[in-house]
Design a protein around this ligand. Structure first.
Ligand code: ATP
Length: 223
């Protein structure tokens, strides 16, 4: 498959497991990435795999200016265990005028502090991975799950056996379970907002939206 043309320019600061994964996935998606780490060994290891990679201490504003950090659309701060370095880097980037700074936090307290000093987005990867695993373990029929917050989720599930052969209207998903069907994956095709007369087949996968409770109740139909 042809690669997408480069569309955005990112800088990723801190090339541990998380930062490296973000950077390499952005490159995979056709974007330009400047990788930054203060450890020259890490920089050397990744030199062949990134668009550009430099060794510098990101808490130093002059060093950030020297790599023209303002020219990047988004800067990701992926420093985890050294929170002080993460915080000082975030402050420096916002001070310099970087438009979009995305930070990694290890807990909600760090998330709060980073937001207060101007981070535009703060992610809690371990928190999020833990929540995803808990959903997968407690709802084995769930294929994919996206937490929308405020008690709502989008989920992909195999059609529960009792619904096979029923139309969407007969299934009464909205009325009985408070669930809306966004799409059906049928024979490798995606049917977006299926019509009420759509008949569920055994191998169908459905994409639903609803409250976390209603999705759990619906998943129980498959048990
Ligand atoms: P992961 O879980 O993603 O492996 P971590 O949270 O355990 O990461 P850290 O040691 O906190 O890892 O930092 C990730 C990377 O950030 C390391 O490679 C480290 O060298 C780099 N780093 C830490 N402080 C700075 C800094 N001030 N400037 C640039 N890079 C830094």
């Amino acid at each position: 498959m042809a690669r997408k043309p480069s569309r955005l320019e990112f800088a990723v600061i801190g090339l541990g497991r998380f930062g490296r994964s973000v950077a390499l996935n952005l490159i995979e998606r056709g974007h330009t990435v400047l990788g930054i780490d203060r450890d020259p060994n890490i920089v050397q290891q990744l030199a062949d795999r990134m668009t550009q990679v430099v060794a510098l201490d990101s808490t130093n504003e002059d060093a950030l200016r020297a790599v023209d950090i303002l020219s990047f659309d988004t800067v990701v701060v992926a420093i985890g265990s050294q929170f002080e370095a993460n915080l000082m880097t975030t402050v420096a980037l916002k001070q310099l005028g970087v438009k979009r700074v995305v930070c990694k936090a290890l807990n909600e307290r760090q998330q709060y502090i980073l937001s207060r000093v101007g981070a535009d987005m703060v992610v809690l990867p371990e928190h999020e991975a833990g929540a995803r695993l808990a959903w997968q373990l407690s709802e084995p029929h769930l294929l994919e799950h996206l937490n929308l917050g405020h008690g709502f989720s989008v989920a992909e599930v195999k059609v529960p056996a009792p619904l096979v052969g029923q139309t969407l209207m007969q299934s009464g998903l909205r009325r009985r379970y408070g669930i809306n069907v966004l799409a059906v994956k049928h024979n490798g095709k995606m049917i977006v907002t299926p019509p009420p007369e759509y008949v569920f087949s055994r191998e169908d996968r459905i994409l639903i939206i609803g409250t976390d409770n209603s999705i759990s109740t619906f998943c129980d139909l498959s048990s």
